[in-house]
Ligand binder design. Structure first.
Ligand code: C5P
Length: 408
């Protein structure tokens, strides 16, 4: 029986960037599997990659000449490096060796492949493959953290027996696992066509050059919502206060510090999004004056007064927009009379939905990895019982999408 292969990648333009690792031999199969599903694949190889698999093989399976040199006039004349960068819908670096990842992290453009990574606005997905000790090396791990923070999808590696005889993490994912990730990357998702602007994390209100006021917030809930929405195909912009979290894949992140910075960024983007979710723990007040120099203790002064002025209420300012007002969702972290306070804020701030968070309960809220919410909107309410923030993020995105669609 001949199995019919779904044309899930029809018309998708994929650059396969091959690094110099033994897993490169799997790239011929990977290319075939992508093409079978309708993708148009162009192969770019590093100098070292050609020691592991020949350009001729890759040309034969991809049906196109292999690009490998930045300075080859003939290649540049047929499809120059900027042209390939613009052509791509997705770049997959497989195998991404420790060296290739280091060069991408450093922003180098010392060969065709790294130059292309700099010049493309397509997603660059990275499938690491290397010896387990090289993978565990601090430099490699730090590069991975940086790449994740910048929003590069990291696909793998798998753990197991390695070509060199070692056992451990560093095996490239199998071609069919990579194909599944490529398909997932391009899958429309039920939120394709929906745009969301999300604030997350705390704000920092400077007192002097070294001190600030802030709020308890890890940013995990807002990041989980952004991740859930982006995974389901929404266009997501995340305006983030200072947090220690990686940017979820396919999320555009704007970093801010103070409530005023966050307010400005939100004002600039709110009308361009259909849904606004204010998950940030915004400081309600900021010092009236920021001292130019570090404030000094003075002998004989055991008290100090800092005057505070009110920050703008960001979510209320969005809810008050008269043109292109997005569907507006707020959060309410409460320690008592949760429903009463939440419904009060829903009405006072003119929100479409409020997500109440009982932060007096152990194991949920602020720095926890779990959360429970109770949603209130003018015509109803719904509890989302204790679950991981990833789960709650996903459920919340579903509820928001349903209410948003009903409001149209
Ligand atoms: O009034 P309260 O701070 O409890 O309201 C919480 C909600 O309002 C959250 O959604 C929070 O992100 C938002 N908020 C804001 N700007 C402020 C204060 C709170 O957007 N200055």
């Amino acid at each position: 029986m001949v199995q019919k292969i779904t044309q899930s990648l029809t018309g998708k333009r994929i650059v396969l960037g091959i690094g110099g690792g033994i897993a490169a031999y799997k790239c011929a199969d990977l290319t075939r599997r992508l093409i079978e599903r309708g993708a148009d694949v162009r192969v770019v190889m590093t100098h070292a990659a050609k020691e592991f698999i020949t350009p001729l093989t890759m040309q034969a399976v991809s049906g196109h000449p292999v690009a490998d040199s930045l300075l080859d006039p003939a290649a540049e004349a047929s499809m120059g490096h900027i042209e390939i960068a613009k052509w791509a819908d997705l770049v997959v670096l497989a195998p991404a060796t420790a060296d290739l990842m280091a060069r991408v992290t450093a922003g180098m453009g010392n060969d065709l492949l790294t130059t292309l990574c700099l010049a493309t606005d397509a997603t660059v997905a990275i499938a690491p493959a290397m010896n387990q000790q090289m993978y565990r090396a601090v430099a490699t791990q730090e590069n991975l953290v940086t790449l994740k923070r910048r929003g590069y999808p990291i696909w793998g590696p798998a753990s197991g027996e390695q070509a060199c005889g070692d056992v451990g993490p560093g095996r490239m994912l199998e071609p069919m696992q990579l194909v599944a990730l490529v398909e997932e990357h391009f899958s429309e998702g039920d939120l394709a066509g929906t745009s969301m602007l999300i604030t997350a994390g705390p704000t920092r209100e400077a007192i002097d050059p070294v001190r600030y006021l802030t709020n308890q917030s890890s940013g995990k809930m807002g990041y989980a919502i952004a991740q859930a929405a982006a995974k389901r195909g929404a266009k997501v912009t995340l305006i983030s206060g200072p947090v220690n979290l990686s940017t979820p894949a396919n999320v555009a992140r704007i970093d801010v510090e103070s409530a005023e910075d966050m307010h400005q960024a939100v004002q600039a983007h709110a009308a361009l999004h259909q849904i606004f979710i204010a998950c940030a723990a915004v400081a309600d007040f900021r010092p009236a004056h920021i001292a130019d120099q570090k404030m000094k203790k003075k002998d004989g002064h055991d008290e100090m007064t800092i005057s505070l002025v009110k920050n703008p209420d960001i979510v209320a300012s969005v809810a008050a927009m008269t043109a292109n007002r997005p569907f507006t969702v707020g959060f309410a972290a409460e320690t008592q009379d949760v429903e009463q306070y939440a419904r009060g804020k829903l009405a006072k701030k003119n929100l479409d939905l409020i997500c109440a968070n009982d932060v007096s309960c152990d194991g949920q809220g602020f720095n926890s990895d779990q959360n429970a919410l109770h949603l209130y909107w003018p015509a109803g309410d719904k509890p989302l019982p204790l679950a991981s923030k990833a789960d709650i993020g996903n459920q919340l995105v579903s509820e928001i999408a349903t209410l948003f669609n009903a409001s149209k």
